[in-house]
Write a protein that binds this ligand. Sequence first.
Ligand code: FES
Length: 79
Amino acid sequence: MVKVEICAGSHCSLVGALNILETLEELQTEYPGQIQIEKVECMDMCDDIKNAPVIRVNDDLITSAQTQMVISKVMERIK
Ligand code: FES
């Protein structure tokens, strides 16, 4: 099981966290029971807006997250 925590705080939402969430939800449908997605409050990493969006895949913290990068990290852990 891969655990993905997506920051749903205002800074991260502003720069696309929720788009990444949508894509992850599609991936979750393709791999039932293998991906757990959790929306979390501000992770206090966005003092510098460049860090947003912030996403954690298991213990791996990703700043300035982009969809493709997050999907790759999730897929590495599924396989
Ligand atoms: S809003 Fe995402 S780290 Fe602050």
